[in-house]
Design a protein around this ligand. Structure first.
Ligand SMILES: *[C@@H]1O[C@H](CO)[C@@H](O)[C@H](O)[C@H]1NC(C)=O
Ligand SMILES: *[C@@H]1O[C@H](CO)[C@@H](O)[C@H](O)[C@H]1NC(C)=O
Length: 347
């Protein structure tokens, strides 16, 4: 069946629930691909709290998202019937009735490996889980404990992590890359993933989706810093990502056998992003090798990607917003793929 037809059917299935959300709440963990602003409230240089981040968001202001506009998970929330996004847990909005929509614990620069987060002074995954426990008791006081447990059970849990563990830690950290092969380090990360899912399950979660690794070798940052000897994507990084993705899929199958009633999907983001980079014109893009923001090659932090560094004239034509993160236009393509892959979580 063609992807478009599947997409149409998926949307049709979702629309039969018009005027209601398919899940009561969305709870999110991970890194900058899903962070909606937690890093604005901590001491780190990994912040997207300044223009031009957010220039295409509804109020045209920075939101803490590492994008010109919406993240793929924002669009996914809309596709599931949400008219408001679950708040960043550290923001003042994360209180009272807003908590009924869920909460976002993600922190740009974080990963499965807590050391990855510590290098950037951001929120480690283990701390994100502690915050989730705190959230659960706040939710119980807002909704009553019975309602809170049903929200916990019916909510959609999203995990977007792993890319930073390689790009900001393994590849640049001799302590890791001299002591562990990629395969060994991947296994360490997967073990953390499995424990994390098991912990969430123990806390009541039943519908969990986690993203695979992206084709990290195709990110403009990787091409610039690590790709001097290659014309296209850094092929060794992509091979590493594909190996990791095989392992996380195997781990997910194992978890589903072990944990009764668990729905768990590994969203393949490798293929959709790789396709965008390999065939940008097919999707209406003109540029897939550099980001729109700044010179688009190495800018990820406020140091370089800022108002002075300038942006391209039309971010809809760029697959990447900055040197690491997809543009809103690319996130739309990604979200179309996520809804097809994730139908079993919410149908
Ligand atoms: C629990 O949910 C029901 C149905 O939405 C609602 O009527 C009730 O007020 C909630 N209980 C508390 C304690 O908020
Ligand atoms: C930006 O580019 C997109 C895709 O090519 C196009 O549809 C849109 O009209 C452009 N917007 C402007 C303001 O040029």
């Amino acid at each position: 069946m063609g992807a478009f037809l599947v997409y149409t059917l998926a949307i049709a299935a979702l629309c039969s629930h018009a005027n209601s959300q398919l899940v009561p709440a969305i709870i999110t963990f991970g890194d900058s691909t899903v962070d909606v602003g937690n890093n604005d409230y901590i001491h780190t240089i990994f912040k997207a709290d300044h223009p031009p981040y957010g220039q295409d968001f509804s109020n045209r202001e920075p939101t803490g998202r590492f994008c010109n506009g919406k993240l793929a998970t924002d669009i996914t929330a809309e596709n599931l019937g949400f008219t408001n996004y679950a708040p960043a847990y550290l923001s003042p909005q994360a209180s009272g009735k807003n908590l009924l929509l869920g909460a976002n614990f993600a922190s740009a620069g974080s990963g499965y490996d807590d050391n990855t987060a510590e290098l950037s002074h951001v929120i480690p995954l283990s701390q994100q889980l502690q915050y989730f426990k705190e959230y659960q008791s706040k939710l119980a006081s807002v909704a009553g404990s019975k309602n809170a447990s049903s929200i916990t059970k019916e909510a959609l849990y999203l995990i977007g992590a792993g890319n930073s563990d390689f790009l900001q830690n393994y590849y640049v950290n001799p302590f890791l890359n001299k002591h562990y092969t990629v395969d060994q380090y991947s296994s360490i990360l997967i073990n953390i993933f499995s424990n994390f899912v098991t912990s969430l399950y123990g806390l009541g979660a039943r519908k969990i989706g986690a993203t695979s690794l992206a084709p990290t070798g195709c990110l403009p940052l990787a091409r610039t810093i690590f790709g001097q000897h290659e014309k296209g994507c850094v092929s060794s990084f992509n091979t590493d990502a594909q190996q990791f993705n095989k392992k996380i899929n195997a781990a997910a199958s194992q978890l589903k056998k072990q944990l009764p009633g668990l729905r768990l999907v590994i969203f393949d983001i490798y293929k959709p992003i790789y396709d965008l980079v390999a065939n940008p014109k097919k999707y209406g893009f003109v540029e897939a090798t550099r980001g729109c923001c700044g010179t688009g090659t190495v800018e990820t932090t406020f140091v370089l990607c800022n108002q002075k560094s300038g942006t391209c004239s039309n971010s809809s034509e760029f697959v990447f917003w900055d040197s690491v993160h997809p543009s809103q236009a690319a996130n739309q393509v990604l979200a179309d793929s996520l809804i097809i892959q994730g139908i079993s979580l919410v149908a």
